[in-house]
Design a protein around this ligand. Structure first.
Ligand SMILES: Cc1cc2nc3c(=O)[nH]c(=O)nc-3n(C[C@H](O)[C@H](O)[C@H](O)COP(=O)(O)OP(=O)(O)OC[C@H]3O[C@@H](n4cnc5c(N)ncnc54)[C@H](O)[C@@H]3O)c2cc1C
Length: 483
């Protein structure tokens, strides 16, 4: 069986890795990977700045870590022999601030993502006005609400906690993760747990408290039976940057199967096989591991309905600005991992992470790394600005927010155009329609961050599952797309 993989981001690489493993277990499979750009890894890219005597500092140009609770990335790292290089986030110092009228205010204790669960910290926080706090208390009285179709995250949060909670909580948290806009993102896809809680309990706070109670009981039962699980860090990364994962996967693949600077121009059917514009010969199967907008271009001639669905998935663009400073700490830095900036504050920055604190082992002694995240769906125009302009802008905002005037010794600016899929209202229904079209296109799989999870672990899970499903006659078709 000859399989083409289009796209050499982590989803495509995970698929190639799985096929390579199958090949080694004597499965008759042959694969080739085509990547448009000059390097592999897609948006995963790190630089290790060597400060000689002071040690190394990792600068992450794209993602900086994976969520520990989603196991696929850690499992892959362990399989690749990187277990000893896994680095846990420094959760003892995990505190996130929100910028409100030029002041940084810590997220109150007991806030479970968007849901307040502790009365006193919610009452005392400066993050919300009194009308919002009173509304948060009254939210406990919300009656259960049956599912009535999808809606935006902003609509769900506003119904429970009011507009201020949208502006100061939902919007900054989601733009920090998705570069997205809470008034566009799907509650059903992005916050399925809260949608379920609303249907069952009415009040999200009551639903969250019930969930916490159940978790505490399960923990007690585990302790009683001697099965105490070690507490998990929220984020995990790699000692030398996430590029280490990419390099380790690539090292397991045969170089002759990896074609860089090989953009595929389109797909067509030749009998039951596939032809790729830009690649020689025919393929039995194709794993398209590009962004959905690129997949739409590839599949336009094969199935225009499918291509329309794919091009309907919105993407946001973002910019990371890594600033490396001499000086172990800056006096004005609040104690925590960083801060988020609500859109209503009118800043270019969406978030700023204090990376030397989040993953302390990856920054050389005596250095500080601040990483600003810019752009997002409401400020894509910034991508056209020069590096000088963006450096000035970020330094100006860091001065206004953190009073940092000292010049960084190094600045790394990376633009990521149309890299982050947005799970807009109706995403689940769109996925079902995509799934239906795929059943008529045997041997085709779509993987990547546009389908069933935006994170690195999701992309690895989908990539590997797609490869397995193509090879295994017993695996039902299209398990790689949201079910
Ligand atoms: C700035 C940023 C920060 C993020 N932070 C985190 C984080 O901290 N944690 C986390 O879990 N996730 C994070 N994410 C999300 C996560 O990194 C991505 O969703 C994931 O890495 C995407 O992988 P992918 O393989 O689907 O796509 P990509 O990495 O986008 O790879 C797709 C590849 O396809 C290639 N391609 C496109 N068209 C063609 C063609 N016609 N022919 C051949 N090749 C083609 C592209 O060149 C590209 O290399 C972040 C994303 C961004 C942009």
């Amino acid at each position: 069986m000859r399989i083409a993989i289009i796209g050499g981001g982590i989803a495509g690489l995970a698929a190639a890795y799985e096929l390579e493993k199958l090949r080694h277990s004597a499965t008759p499979v042959d694969y080739e990977l085509f990547e448009a750009g000059p390097r592999l890894g897609g948006v995963i890219a790190s630089i290790v700045a060597d400060g000689a005597a002071s040690g190394k500092t990792v600068l992450e140009l794209g993602p900086d870590s994976f969520l520990t609770e989603k196991p696929a990335a850690i499992e892959l790292c362990r399989e690749l022999g990187l277990g000893d290089d896994l680095v846990r986030s420094n959760d003892a110092e995990r505190k996130t601030f929100i910028l409100v009228k030029k002041r940084l205010i810590a997220l109150p204790d007991g806030l479970m993502f968007l849901v307040p669960t502790k009365l006193l910290p919610t009452a005392l926080t400066g993050l919300f006005s009194w009308p919002t706090k009173i509304r948060m208390g009254l939210e406990l009285l919300h009656p259960p609400r049956p599912h009535t179709g999808d809606e935006s995250v902003a609509a769900l949060v506003k119904r429970h906690y009011g507009q201020e909670a949208v502006d100061r909580l939902a919007d900054p948290l989601l733009s920090g993760i998705y570069g997205g806009d809470s008034s566009q993102l799907s509650a059903q896809t992005v916050l399925p747990r809260l949608v379920e809680m609303e249907a069952k309990y009415g009040s999200l706070t009551r639903g969250m408290l019930a969930g916490m109670q159940a978790a505490a009981e399960a923990k007690h039962a585990a302790v009683a039976s001697g099965k105490v699980a070690e507490p998990r860090p929220l984020f995990t990364t790699l000692r030398n940057g996430l590029q280490q994962l990419v390099d380790a996967v690539v090292a397991r693949l045969e170089a002759s199967r990896l074609h860089l600077q090989s953009p595929i121009g389109g797909l067509s059917r030749v009998g039951a096989q596939w032809a790729l514009a830009g690649a020689e010969g025919l393929f039995d199967s194709v794993i398209v591991a590009t962004p959905a907008w690129a997949a739409a271009e590839l599949l336009g001639a094969v199935d225009s309905t499918l291509a329309d669905e794919l091009s309907g998935i919105p993407y946001s663009s973002s910019i990371t600005v890594n600033l490396l400073y001499e000086g172990a700490e800056f006096d004005a830095l609040p104690p925590g991992f960083g801060f988020l900036v609500p859109v209503v504050e009118g800043r270019a920055m969406l978030a700023c992470t204090f990376l030397h604190r989040k993953f302390p082992g990856r920054t050389a002694a005596g250095k500080t790394v601040l990483r600003a995240f810019l752009g997002g769906s409401r400020n894509a125009g910034l991508l056209a600005e020069s590096d000088e302009f963006l450096t000035r802008l970020v330094r100006k905002e860091l001065f206004e927010i953190l009073q940092i005037s000292v010049a960084p010794e190094r600045v790394e600016i990376t633009r990521w155009p149309r890299a982050m899929a947005q799970y807009a209202v109706g995403h689940k229904q769109r996925q079902a329609r995509i799934q239906e079209r795929l059943t008529g296109l045997s041997g085709l799989r779509l993987v990547g961050n546009a389908y069933d999870g935006i994170g690195i672990s999701d992309c690895i899970r989908l990539g590997r599952a797609a490869a397995r499903s193509l090879v295994s006659a017993t695996t039902p078709v299209q398990t790689s797309v949201l079910t």
